[in-house]
Design a protein around this ligand. Structure first.
Ligand SMILES: O=c1ccn([C@H]2C[C@H](O)[C@@H](COP(=O)(O)OP(=O)(O)OP(=O)(O)O)O2)c(=O)[nH]1
Ligand SMILES: [Mg+2]
Length: 182
């Protein structure tokens, strides 16, 4: 019987993806690997480029220039090539590895990632997990395919007494319930 587990998404079948694994007897987290080589640019450099662009365009660096700009510094989404299934009352918490901040200047800007049970096999991206990352170091950071970039922890979540039943199905992630994806 299938209860909870990880699977490889179709796009990455036969691409040598390893399913997440725990590393020691009592490790809570299933370590999740990057599915591709990817370079994470430094946020300092990106911000420098933005400021340089503002100055070059003759803008003064007033607060309103930032407010007017829709040039949001978006985190990089690292593909994992995997999806996760679990009972409806569970959630996979995607957490950073402490070594990422300690050794690599790699942060998960959303703090933790919340992977909902109904994200599995969604029509848009089949439920592929992505890890949002920011490199707060000064150099670009190379992530290689197979590097363990985050860990997934399964937990049960609770509902309030007056929780409203809802029939809406999840079609994707990253703002899909906002009406439009951002
Ligand atoms: O680090 C993350 C965080 C989320 N997700 C996927 C799985 C999750 O089920 C979905 C929605 O995440 P969340 O509810 O945290 O984001 P949202 O901004 O509320 O998006 P939505 O409106 O789609 O719920 O996006 C990831 O792949 N990685
Ligand atoms: Mg949501």
């Amino acid at each position: 019987m299938k209860t909870r587990g990880f699977e490889i998404v179709s796009k990455y079948k036969d691409k040598g993806i390893n399913l997440p694994r725990r590393q020691t007897i009592a490790s809570a987290g299933y370590d999740i690997e990057a599915a591709e080589d990817i370079v994470i640019p430094s946020i300092w450099r990106l911000n420098f480029v933005r400021i340089f662009r503002l100055i070059r365009n003759g803008h003064q660096l007033y607060e309103r220039d930032y407010e007017m700009s829709d040039d949001i510094l978006k985190p990089i989404l690292v593909p994992t090539g995997i999806k996760v299934y679990m009972p409806e009352d569970e959630v996979l918490i995607l957490a950073n590895r402490s070594s990422n901040t300690f050794k690599k200047n790699l942060a998960l800007p959303n703090g933790i990632g919340v992977i909902d049970a109904d994200y599995y096999n969604n029509e848009k991206n089949e439920g592929e997990l992505f890890v949002q990352v920011l490199n707060y170091g000064v150099r670009p950071l190379k992530i290689r395919k197979g590097d363990r970039i985050a860990q997934g922890i399964f937990i049960k979540y609770l509902k309030t007494d007056d929780d409203l039943p809802i029939a809406r199905e999840r079609v994707s992630g990253f703002g899909s319930t906002n009406g439009k994806e951002s």
